[in-house]
Design a protein around this ligand. Structure first.
Ligand code: ZN
Length: 97
């Protein structure tokens, strides 16, 4: 289920799912796949190697306790000799870890 609703601070994320469980609001988000620059060799890659689920306590949304489940992609450099793996970057600075 995709929705077009955007939340403050989450404009660059895709909302995959939003659920409320025991009064806690859960948002499942991921970033759109896009070109990332390899930090090792500088070439561009959009090849996803794997991902990790990251649970983040968010500033309150609608005055409820909220958690973001962030599906964080790990990219792999397309240069075979480099093959550097690295996590995607995002510009949001509001998240607490
Ligand atoms: Zn590289």
């Amino acid at each position: 289920m995709n929705s077009n609703i955007t939340y403050p601070g989450l404009e660059e994320f895709i909302i995959n799912k939003s659920v409320e469980h025991n009064g806690v609001f859960q948002l499942h988000v991921e970033m759109e796949r896009r070109d990332h620059q390899c930090p090792a060799c500088g070439c561009l890659t959009s090849k996803v190697h794997d991902y990790q689920m990251q649970k983040i306590q968010h500033i309150k949304i609608f005055a409820r306790d909220s958690f973001i489940y962030y599906k964080k992609h790990r990219y792999v450099c397309r240069d075979n000799e480099c093959s550097k793996r690295f996590y995607e970057s995002y510009s949001n600075g509001n998240w607490r870890y």
